[in-house]
Design a protein around this ligand. Sequence first.
Ligand SMILES: Nc1nc2c(ncn2[C@@H]2O[C@H](COP(=O)(O)OP(=O)(O)O)[C@@H](O)[C@H]2O)c(=O)[nH]1
Ligand SMILES: Nc1ncnc2c1ncn2[C@@H]1O[C@H](COP(=O)(O)OP(=O)(O)O)[C@@H](O)[C@H]1O
Length: 242
Amino acid sequence: MVASEVRVVDSSIHIKTKVISKNPIQLRHLGPKQNAPPGNSFDSMTSSGILYLVSGPSGSGKTTLCRRLALEGLAHYSTSCTTRTPREGEVNGRDYYFLTVPEFQEEIANEAFLEHAEVHGNFYGTLLSEVLTFLDQGKDVVMDIDVQGAEQVRLHPNEKIQQALLDLFVMPATDEELELRLRGRGTDPEDVIALRLKNAREEVEHWPKYSYRLLSTDKESDYTLFKNLLLTQRLHTSRQKD
Ligand SMILES: Nc1nc2c(ncn2[C@@H]2O[C@H](COP(=O)(O)OP(=O)(O)O)[C@@H](O)[C@H]2O)c(=O)[nH]1
Ligand SMILES: Nc1ncnc2c1ncn2[C@@H]1O[C@H](COP(=O)(O)OP(=O)(O)O)[C@@H](O)[C@H]1O
């Protein structure tokens, strides 16, 4: 049984009353993930893995970049939880764990999230288990995360997470290009596209908080830079084993 009440203030969820959860949701068994095929190791040479945060407005190309990095076996792609409706072709447990609002609240109460936020009218959150398990094994983790969530991760008290951080903001050079990509993707109705374009204007203001920014051009060039940033970080002496 779940007894809870959620109050939304400043775009983040705050639990107002005590939540009683007897049956926490088992999220890790929900389905195959879009990660490395068996045998294709995504181990890095680091003593603890890198936590690669990728933010940017909707349509900037984050999913395309993160998915390819995972498919090439270079990082674990953290599957987020969300309360948004699945798009056509999206698979539960691969693209997202699609939760109801009460289920999402329950995970907050269970302290299962590394971070969570409201974005474009839906809730999104990263499970601690999607991150720590892999970092502990020296594997790199890539996360598609909005600007509020990235800020929460930057302020997180866990030292391992702090040491692991690498953050990148991706944005196309013009508003027109962003709109073309959002429309070209063909996944969202007009009102959803309009909201995302409106929010993009505020989101791009946050890029100076990130250590790196990628001004997106074509897919191939973007991916080369995206991948090389991770590979270069692995060379940093602070990240290497004795
Ligand atoms: N805070 C947070 N944001 C997330 C998470 N997963 C996805 N997002 C962000 O939620 C926003 C919307 O994602 P989505 O609905 O998949 O749409 P898309 O960005 O157009 O592909 C994007 O800004 C994502 O970066 C998460 O686990 N935590
Ligand atoms: N560099 C690029 N140039 C042109 N189109 C791109 C580029 N990167 C991604 N796209 C396309 O733009 C659309 C949005 O990309 P997506 O990865 O879903 O963005 P996001 O995850 O940031 O919302 C998709 O149709 C994708 O194929």
